[in-house]
Design a binder for this molecule. Sequence first.
Ligand code: PHE
Length: 474
Amino acid sequence: MVAATSTKDGWSSRSAFILAAIGAAVGLGNLWRFPTLAGESGGGAFVIFYIGCVFLLGLPLLLAEIFIGRAGQTDAVGSIKRVARESDVSERWSLFGGLGAVAAFLIVSFYSVVAGWVLYYVGVFAADFGQAVLAGDPFRGALEGESQEQISGRMGSLFANPALLLSMHFAFMGTTLFIVARGISGGIEKAATWLMPAFFALLISITIYGAIVGDVGEAAAFLFTPDWSKLTPEVMNAALGQALFSLSLGVAGIITYGSYIRQGTKLGSTALAIALADTGVALLAGLMIFPIVFAVGLDPAAGPTLVFQTLPFAFESMPAGSLIGLLFFVLVLVAAITSSISLLEVPTAWGVGELGWSRPRSALVFGGAAFVIGIFCLLGYNILSDFRPLGFWSIFAETDILDTVDGFTGKIMLPLGALLTSLFIGWRADRKLLERTTGLSQGAFAIWRFLLAWLCPLAVTIILVTGLFPSLLG
Ligand code: PHE
């Protein structure tokens, strides 16, 4: 039993929290989804609009979630209840904590499947690099002698092989579950303090490498020169959704991590540090991937296969491509694991806080159930490839299992969670409690509450409605 608050498991320092929260935010969203979307949406205009979304909508929401956790000191549902009680409003607001826990649980199920693909490519490049070393030529290009078809064909063969997909998914989910079961200071914090420095070292090395061998000028022009005619409503919608996903908002993940913060931490600058780091990594990922893609004259708009098919082919003709390919996929894997633990932590903390379960039991129940849903997601690429879980709904009519879970959480649950968070903190939470807990200056406080009360609900409602009824966009 955990009796006194002093013995409660939690982050050992402010920097431990920041590192873990950056680990949660930086993930497949930055290294896979962001370059994919930026490439598909034609670059500059998307990127600039995205940055606006992060700082005008994401940052206020991030601080709102950190606040709820810090003030509530327990799982998301319990924390919202406590803030509601101290603000004299209905405890039913805690519903959005439960909604977030369900969303986090669903996201981790397919997140682990995609991370499993990454794990497979780590294996492919490790084997390739091993051969290069044995052949006495460690700095050769990747997968030498293979045609572009052969290299991209790997993804197709992986997808056609349920047993292989399943073992990768199992390994990734198992690792996530193991870390979460060990708790905050002994598990999640340890993982973050080891993995995040490694992550940044790899990120910087590969970006420098890309700058040397690739075409950074063209990549930077692509990423930062806006062609405003490309900023269609769909693109804005995607940018807003991506900002929420990338900052881990709307799923109560930051509420949960925030509940382990100790007294006296400055919340405003902490939120800012997290938003800056997350956006910096997304931009660096673009500056790392596109120079390599352009150097070989490949298509930046390849879509979700950009990282898995286009990039490996680019590595073939790059000096030390075999080694760099290996390092790149290790980098993505590290980013994915620190995010998946934060996802599984949300329902796990809920089981501990609301059902009174032990932590290992809660992690096992939710991690195990998410593993099972993930199995259906991966079977959607082979045995169940004709199955359309929400086929009756026009926006999901053509969508396979994994993309349905992704789309349902991303288009509906995340914006809904963000909307309720902004309404709750922007309108209902007690002002004194907010001021005392966040420690913001008066000016910053006024801007923060204005953005939460007005801009966030408005913008997020627009994403929700246009996401659900794309025909409204004409
Ligand atoms: N932000 C993570 C990423 O960019 C994904 C995530 C979403 C993690 C929600 C936790 C909660 O990959």
